[in-house]
Design a protein around this ligand. Structure first.
Ligand code: AP5
Ligand code: MG
Length: 214
């Protein structure tokens, strides 16, 4: 049983590695960014609110974000563990998360921190292409789909995320440095660092080495 967080700046490879980790360890992948993007797609009230922040690269208000995570963690599939991607993202979220865990009588086992030189992050974010149907992630140079513009997994046409512009990504990096990076100290007991500048396969191999066999 594993309850894990995956952290790192925008473009570090959280979503990419999360897909490998959940497949290998059989736990649900809970990405607050993906949850907000789904709400935007479904044109819900939550989606409208989230969009106004995401388009600028700012954090969605804590009250909303904490609420959706709380609800998700109560789903039965989380009983076998989970991998949270993109949450918590500031101290207030981390403290509320601790309260949630305490009320459920559980704790975080591992915090995976993917480290990447900020200079290559913008390149990764701007070249990212995602599948609007199944969520698979590619890169025009570093992780090409077999057929340009088409998802390997489901054949849908790949799109670019609206917040993957140089301008918005630059602000997301700043928000990360100001609000999220300080959490690494908060989780110093559980955190392990992985060199995210290596190849996709090498990064997953180091994560597996730390987490151990399933
Ligand atoms: P979110 O969706 O979480 O975005 P992010 O944190 O900015 O991270 P990314 O998804 O951009 O990067 P990633 O690390 O997943 O990288 P990926 O694997 O795709 O959040 C978006 C927004 O939602 C936030 O700005 C905020 O507004 C809101 N939000 C979300 N959570 C919130 C919260 N808790 N509180 C408040 N607001 C919240 O990889 C990137 C690219 O690099 C891909 O193209 C990939 O193919 C490529 N790549 C990956 N690994 C490698 C490698 N090893 N070598 C070469 N290329 C690689
Ligand atoms: Mg992601």
């Amino acid at each position: 049983m594993s309850r894990m967080l995956i952290m790192g700046p925008p473009g570090a490879g959280k979503g990419t590695q999360a897909a490998n980790i959940v497949k290998y360890y059989g736990v649900p992948h809970i990405s607050t960014g993906d949850m907000f993007r789904a709400a935007i797609k479904n044109e819900t009230e939550l989606g409208k609110l989230a969009k106004s922040y995401m388009d600028k690269g700012e954090l969605v208000p804590d009250s909303v974000t904490i609420g959706i995570v709380k609800e998700r963690l109560l789903q039965p599939d989380c009983k076998k563990g989970f991998l949270l991607d993109g949450f918590p993202r500031n101290l207030n979220q981390a403290e509320s998360f601790d309260e949630m865990l305490e009320s459920l009588g559980i704790a975080v086992d591992f915090v995976i921190n993917i480290e990447v030189d900020p200079q290559i992050l913008i390149d990764r974010v701007v070249g990212r292409r995602v599948c609007p149907v199944c969520g698979a992630t590619f890169h025009v140079e570093y992780n090409k789909p077999k057929v340009e513009g088409i998802c390997d997994e489901c054949g849908a046409e790949l799109i670019q995320r609206k917040d993957d512009t140089v301008e918005t990504a630059t602000n997301r990096l700043k928000v990360y440095a100001d609000q999220t990076a300080p959490l690494l100290k908060y989780y110093q007991e559980q955190v392990f660092n992985v060199d995210g500048s290596k190849s996709l396969e090498e990064v997953f191999a180091s994560i597996k080495e730390h987490l151990g066999e399933r």
